[in-house]
Design a protein around this ligand. Structure first.
Ligand SMILES: [Zn+2]
Length: 322
């Protein structure tokens, strides 16, 4: 007790503060999401995500080389296809936009390629699966996810990341990959994915807002914690290699509980709205951008995440090099 115990003793000297720091950011724990868009031939800034671009396929080499040069070791790829249809066939086309982006990425670097696996960027209705009788058909969608997984992995993806929250998706994908001889392709499961208001800017980026209805039939509601643990348990049982919590900062309690319960690696996705919130406040002079970014990302690791997906990956990598 005071005065014998004085917590401030270890806070005064910067070197001592470093020694006692419990959580630090590391570049090799960051994953950079990238958008490649088949419909454009020059990069376009996403209005609600200042500094983040939709990139044409012709920019794959330069975008990847720049990120690799900054020390980014892992990217998460999303695609915007030239054509959308009811069953999202662009997602599993061998000449699909992401398949092309993966091949071009692998041609110029050995950066780890994680391919987002969903149909919502590829369906004309914007839902994450195919529709029958006015609803997303879970089991029919699994077949399309399985086909997509094999297509992405065959193109060279090291990791596939199913994000559609269909029941049984990890098992279906694992089985399909194994049957196709792709036993070493890992699965990063978007296990606890909430139906979040923080995804708004991302939907601007990939034009994937559902035209009718919303995603509450498959994504989780905000108030549920135990349900998230059940989702993660099932994904683990189905063969996931990495479990993900999305979004990140509004769900730190979920990350912490997942860390305490499961021994699989945990990924946290700092989503577009979390990015845009910090950017907007900083642009107004209300927050110091750099400090807010470092603090928000540190909170994810302190909560127990092993890795973070963040649109700030490149700026953080630069900051860590300073
Ligand atoms: Zn989706």
């Amino acid at each position: 007790m005071f005065p014998d115990t004085r917590m401030r003793r270890i806070r005064r000297n910067p070197a001592l503060r470093s020694l006692v720091r419990e959580t630090s950011l590391q570049k090799d724990k960051l994953i950079l999401p990238l958008f490649f868009d088949e419909t454009i031939d020059r990069r376009r800034e996403i209005p609600s995500m200042p500094g983040i671009y939709n990139n044409p396929l012709s920019d794959v080499e330069s975008v990847i080389s720049r990120a690799a040069g900054e020390g980014i070791g892992s990217v998460l790829l999303f695609g915007v296809p030239g054509k959308k249809d009811g069953v999202g066939s662009g997602a599993y086309a061998d000449d699909g936009v992401v398949q092309k982006a993966i091949k071009r990425t692998k041609d110029v670097s050995d950066v780890l390629v994680i391919a987002d696996l969903c149909l919502c960027e590829y369906t004309d209705h914007g839902h994450c699966g195919c529709i029958s009788h006015g609803d997303v058909d879970n089991d029919a969608t699994l077949e399309l996810y399985a086909e997509t997984a094999v297509s992405l992995a065959s193109a060279g993806a090291d990791v596939v990341a199913p994000s559609g929250m269909m029941d049984g998706q990890v098992a279906a994908i694992r089985r399909a990959l194994d049957d196709a001889g792709l036993k070493d392709t890992a699965i990063m499961a978007y296990s606890a994915k909430y139906k979040s208001s923080f995804y708004g800017p991302f939907r601007d980026a990939v034009h994937s807002a559902p035209s009718k209805g919303d995603r509450s039939g498959y994504q989780m509601q905000w108030g549920n914690r135990r349900e998230a643990m059940q989702e993660m348990f099932l994904d683990m049982e189905e063969g996931a290699d990495i479990l993900m919590v999305k979004p990140a900062m509004p769900y730190l309690d979920i990350i912490r509980e997942a860390r305490d319960r499961f021994d699989l690696p945990i990924a946290a996705y700092q989503v577009s709205g979390e990015y845009s919130m910090i950017k907007a406040a900083a642009a107004n002079g209300w927050l110091n951008e750099n400090d807010a970014v470092m603090e928000s990302l540190t909170s994810l690791f302190r909560s127990g995440a092993d890795m973070a997906i963040t649109y700030f990956a490149e700026s953080v990598a630069k900051e860590l090099d300073r």
